[in-house]
Design a protein around this ligand. Structure first.
Ligand SMILES: Nc1ncnc2c1ncn2[C@@H]1O[C@H](COP(=O)(O)OP(=O)(O)OP(=O)(O)O)[C@@H](O)[C@H]1O
Length: 308
């Protein structure tokens, strides 16, 4: 359904994505993990062309086989309002603070010609489906009357309301406290799985990605360095960067022990060396790793794995 084909992105001449190739099947959940600045947000934003001014892309992003860069304004609006829904980190940045939850939820349906009574009925049902009781009262409330967790559920309800085929979720729970995070992710995942909606889920949390997703794509400095089935995250991770990330999880050391880190500093696509993007921090790097860029073979981009 969704295909990134050697997507490269520059913003004002600065390289941000250096050739992202990835596919997402209908109904599939794919997690995008990696350090800050690795290009996760830019990758998902390129699906709906929500890129910063001065962006230039090469390669392609295709939705249902159609290159999104070829969509005219009407096509882009249709894709953003029907086919693809977005859930971002901070629900308060998305919901208009002075309008009611009911207005927020029914707006898109009303735009699509759904009558007021029917739109309100669907909005109330959508709230119940994301676990918000007393839906009729909630529809009359304003965002400041709801906690962050409840408001993010409202955003998820809105995302599901138009029957999208893909949800782009960019760290949807980072702004919430830990117990609320789990509930919100569980609801998002239950509801999208029940409807067979595909998901691209950006998170820093490898375990969370593995719990929610079918496959995980690991990004580093504007590239995907490894893609693997979520069930194989621990036993099957092959790329040295994925292994280093797994080793640096708090759960990877005994309580009281010092946490391990990935040595060195995160690289950006701009400062990436000509060879492997991870060469400067990789404990196994050889001369060719610094000179020749490894080819992504559908599973990983690493010279050390090619040799085996
Ligand atoms: N509006 C912008 N203009 C120019 N460059 C940008 C802009 N937004 C982000 N970038 C740059 O693009 C690169 C990728 O950013 P992106 O937000 O995709 O990373 P990320 O992996 O999602 O990070 P995080 O986990 O911190 O959100 C970074 O180097 C960032 O500085």
């Amino acid at each position: 359904m969704l295909q990134f084909d050697d997507l490269r992105l520059r913003v004002g001449g600065t390289p941000i994505l250096r050739g992202v190739t990835l596919e997402v099947a209908a109904g599939e959940a794919v997690g995008l993990v990696g350090e800050s600045g690795s290009g996760k947000s830019m990758t998902v934003k390129s699906v709906v062309r929500l890129l910063p001014p001065g962006s230039r892309t090469e390669g392609a992003v295709r939705f249902d086989g159609v290159d999104v860069s070829s969509l005219d304004a009407a096509g882009l609006r249709r894709m953003r309002s029907r086919d693809v829904a977005m859930v971002f980190q901070d629900p308060r940045a998305v919901v208009n603070p002075v309008r009611t939850i009911g207005d927020f939820l029914t707006e898109v349906l009303r735009d699509q010609g759904v009558g007021r009574t029917e739109a309100t009925r669907r909005a109330a049902r959508a709230l119940s489906e994301v676990g918000i009781g007393d839906a009729v009262r909630r529809l009359h409330q304003r965002p400041y009357e709801l906690s962050g967790g409840l408001l993010q559920r409202v955003v998820i309800a809105a995302a599901l309301l138009t029957g999208p085929r893909l949800i782009l979720a960019d760290e949807p729970t980072t702004a919430l406290d830990v117990t609320t995070q789990e509930e919100v992710v569980a609801i998002l995942n239950e509801q999208r799985a029940a409807r067979q909606v595909a998901l691209m889920f950006i998170t820093h949390d490898l375990e969370l990605a593995a719990a929610v997703c079918d496959r995980i794509a690991v990004m580093y400095a504007g590239e995907i360095v490894e893609v693997l089935p979520a069930a194989a995250l621990h036993a099957g991770a092959r790329h040295p960067y994925t292994r280093a990330l797994l080793n640096s999880r708090p759960g990877a050391v005994a309580p009281g022990e010092r946490l391990r880190t990935v040595p060195g500093v995160p690289q950006s696509a701009l400062t990436a060396p000509p060879g492997c993007v991870f060469a400067d921090r990789c404990p196994h790097a050889e001369a060719r790793c610094r000179e020749v860029r490894p080819v992504f073979d559908g599973s990983a981009a690493c010279h050390l794995l090619e040799a085996r």
